[in-house]
Design a protein around this ligand. Structure first.
Ligand SMILES: O=P(O)(O)O[C@@H]1C[C@H](O)[C@@H](CO)O1
Ligand code: HPA
Length: 281
């Protein structure tokens, strides 16, 4: 599916040109209710979009503004474990970029692998480890975009220093814990064994989740500036048998929404007052 077809459909409903795209992870969808003058489009109306089936994901694109910055938020996302291909998961990023977004704020709920994290902490992604199968290849073959010159290069990485800095400033101002970290993406949907958590900690992961990397790779390919945020929804403790559940993940997300909102507002204020200066790292 061509992103332009989806963009044309969206244009028939709203001519708002978003500067920033926001992907709201599990339990974090409430931020969509904070968007001024919202125009809501259900995913299943948009050509090429699937239907989000994971619980805690509403399945809507919400256009409007926050802090006077035009935004589009994805309330819900697609996951590989729901049966979508990498192209399906990344398609909305292409579409949001086609309708104008040059920046991406992508959030998720994730297990805290690093010993220092507590439930509700926010981790500002500096890098990722990709354990999802086949992320660089389409499940349907090799589409043109992946065969472009340079596609075998390391993705020009990726997470934006100035947007990260704004996130840390928001945490200091609002008085909550926020750390830099590396996200490890698994295919899911099972949570990890204790041995797997131990291995992830050893190889340098700070948080583990089941999303984000396909969207980040697409945004990186499109030259978007990217802020990645994980909300620690459960402590991935290799030393104690603790059961993780999706309900726990959703509940932690709702409790941490206020922190995500503080960060998003700060980043958007900085974008609107003086375009954030540093290039992507
Ligand atoms: O969409 P995100 O990454 O926030 O969803 C997390 C990861 C899994 O989909 C699920 C696990 O409970 O929540
Ligand atoms: O512990 C976890 N592991 C994988 N994905 C997750 N998403 C939330 N918590 C976790």
């Amino acid at each position: 599916m061509n992103p332009q077809t989806a963009a044309d459909f969206i244009r028939s409903i709203t001519d708002l040109k978003p500067q920033v795209a926001i992907i709201l992870g599990s339990g974090l969808g409430g931020l969509a209710d904070k968007i001024d003058s919202p125009v809501i489009i259900a995913f299943d109306r948009i050509p090429g979009f699937g239907t989000s089936t994971a619980s805690g994901h509403r399945g809507q694109l919400v256009f409007g503004s926050i802090e006077s910055v035009p935004v589009v938020a994805m309330a819900g996302r697609f996951h590989r474990y729901e049966g979508w291909s990498n192209d399906d998961v990344a398609f909305p990023v292409d579409v949001m970029n086609t309708v104008g977004a040059s920046h991406l704020i992508v959030s998720n709920a994730a297990g805290g692998v690093s010993l220092k994290f507590r439930v509700g902490d926010i981790v500002v992604l500096q890098d990722h480890i990709n354990f999802m199968s086949g992320v660089f290849a389409s499940d349907q073959g090799a589409p043109e975009k992946f065969a472009a010159p340079g596609c075998f290069n390391r993705p020009a990485m990726t997470y934006d220093a100035a947007m990260s800095q704004a996130a840390f400033e928001a945490a200091i101002e609002s008085g909550f814990d926020c750390y830099p970290g590396t996200y490890l993406a698994t295919f899911g949907p099972t949570y990890e064994t204790r041995a797997e958590y131990r291995m992830m900690r050893r190889i340098g992961a700070d948080v583990v989740g089941m999303s984000t990397v396909p969207e980040v790779l697409a945004a990186s390919r499109l030259g978007m500036r990217i802020l990645g945020l994980s909300m620690v929804s459960n402590v991935a403790n290799p030393d104690k048998a603790v059961k993780a559940s999706h309900d726990e993940v959703l509940e932690a997300g709702r409790a941490a929404e206020v922190k995500m909102e503080a960060i998003v507002r700060k980043v958007l204020q900085q974008i609107s007052s003086s375009p954030l200066q540093s290039p992507p790292v």
